[in-house]
Design a protein around this ligand. Structure first.
Ligand code: NAD
Length: 445
């Protein structure tokens, strides 16, 4: 099938590449001309495992190309995807300006009956707005071309996006029209060979499904962070508690890791946007309010542990803190809403210096923070420890899991580790003569 995708970010680029991989003809459109030029030359602007070779192979095979020309994309595609950003507006609701700009552009250039598929995460009711924007643009051209608007939310995880896209748990399709559903079935048939993963429903339910999924995952994290905070107070170890509850299949092992708070481009904004949608309909989403409040406080928790260790903020003045991990989670260079950003801001505010290492987010941190005298971006985890007083682990990259604690003891002048992801067993760290602070690791002795 011929597919056009608006937006070549994480979602658009991964989706386009995977659709090309299974044999569809794909054109990806973006307004960012530099990005499009780079992609045509095989330069993938994001770090996502496995993506670059797949983009290059499909581009070379002639199934995947990139353009800034919306008219070309509408001339080409029979299925048109919208996969542009929906960042938070000032009041927390989803900003639909990019989605609606694409919708207008679709209406301005549509040549033949088409299925327009919204993959961006959008509030309930957006499909109606997209339909209206396309119809208006068509009316301005004085023509009437039949089209359908389908909701097909995306559930991929950054860091494992190719796998999620090639082997999805489910493909949610919200559509009013049987022909549009049939079109989506044909499009996704290569992903459905093992068993049927496609779930069809009405458009509004599909739109809400995406928010419900992210809100549920965020709730699990905030819930566990709350238990961790209680564990700290009462002298219990949340890691024991985690194992104790995860073994119950009704609860399960996934997403019950306490830590330094969730970040990224999705959970924070989607929880806020769903709260906002609820309030627009006169409903106060109290659980979601609490999820957000707990997460916001949790992002400050590592610094809180530092204050407990050092006694007060003044004692941090002039200290050098090694920070392992800047990305909001491993296997990505994405630092949007990352917990590291809060910690760094708090350390700088207290007059501390930071030596940071992240395997992939170095360029991104340089872009975000620029040159500053109180930040050194290091080439390796070891280099970050040079001249440092303490270590803070903020992102759970695999390579941070088994450090040489004896070496940490030699390098860190204050001999203390702040473990924002509970990667280590306190006993392993402490037997090397280091102080250990983790999340929710209260002890009764
Ligand atoms: P992104 O910010 O990485 O990429 C968006 C792209 O759209 C950018 O390249 C931008 O230049 C382009 N764009 C903006 N306006 C355009 C226009 N008029 N025409 C063509 N291109 C245009 O965004 P993302 O992370 O890929 O997210 C896209 C959507 O998918 C969001 O709604 C997000 O919530 C949702 N989502 C994201 C993830 C994720 O893990 N990143 C997962 C599931 C769903």
């Amino acid at each position: 099938m011929r597919v056009s995708i608006f937006g070549t970010g994480y979602v658009g680029l991964v989706t386009g590449t995977c659709l090309a991989e299974v044999g569809h003809q794909v054109v990806c459109v973006d307004v960012d001309a530099a990005k499009v030029r780079g992609l045509e030359e095989g330069v993938v602007p994001i770090y996502e495992p496995g993506l670059t070779p797949m983009v290059k192979a499909n581009h070379a095979a002639g199934r995947l190309r990139f353009t800034t020309d919306a008219a070309d994309a509408l001339d080409f595609g029979e299925v048109i995807f919208i996969a542009v950003g929906t960042p938070p507006d000032e009041d927390g609701s989803a900003d639909l300006q990019y989605v609606l700009a694409v919708a207008r552009s679709i209406g301005e250039h549509m040549q033949r009956p088409s299925v327009v598929v919204n993959k961006s995460t959008v509030p309930v009711g957006t499909a109606d707005k997209v339909r209206a924007a396309i119809s208006e643009a068509l009316a301005n051209r004085g023509i009437d071309i039949p089209f359908q608007v389908v909701s097909n939310p995306e559930f991929l995880k950054e860091g494992d996006a190719i796998n999620d896209c090639m082997r999805p748990d489910r493909i949610v399709v919200g559509a009013q029209d049987e022909d549009a559903v049939a079109m989506m079935r044909r499009l996704y048939a290569p992903f459905n060979r093992n068993h049927d993963r496609m779930m069809t429903m009405d458009v509004r339910s599909a739109e809400l499904t995406k928010y419900a999924a992210n809100a549920m995952l965020a709730t699990k994290i905030s819930f566990m962070n709350e238990i961790a905070n209680i564990a700290e107070k009462v002298g219990a170890d949340v890691e024991m508690v985690r194992k104790g509850i995860g073994s119950d299949p009704r609860i399960g092992w996934h997403f019950i890791y306490p830590g330094a708070g969730y970040g990224g481009s999705c959970f924070p904004k989607d929880v806020q946007a769903l709260t906002r949608t609820a309030s627009q309909y006169g409903y106060q989403a109290r659980v979601l309010d609490a999820v957000e409040a707990v997460n916001d406080a949790q992002k400050g928790h590592l610094f809180e542990l530092m204050l407990r260790h050092y006694g007060n903020a003044e004692a941090l003045r002039g200290k050098t803190i090694a920070v392992w991990g800047l990305a909001f989670k491993p296997n990505t260079d994405d630092m949007r809403e990352a917990s590291s950003r809060r910690l760094l801001a708090q350390l700088w505010e207290a007059g501390a210096r930071v030596r940071a290492f992240d395997p992939e987010a170095r360029d991104e941190s340089r872009r975000i923070f620029g040159e500053r005298s109180d930040l050194v971006l290091c080439d390796s985890a070891d280099a970050a420890l040079e001249g440092a007083d303490a270590l803070a682990v903020v992102t759970e990259w695999k390579q941070f899991r088994s450090p040489d604690f004896a070496m940490l003891k030699r390098k860190l002048s204050d001999a203390v580790v702040f473990d924002g992801r509970n990667l280590y067993e306190p006993i392993d760290v402490e037997t090397q003569g280091l102080a250990y602070w983790g999340i929710g690791r209260g002890r009764s002795v």
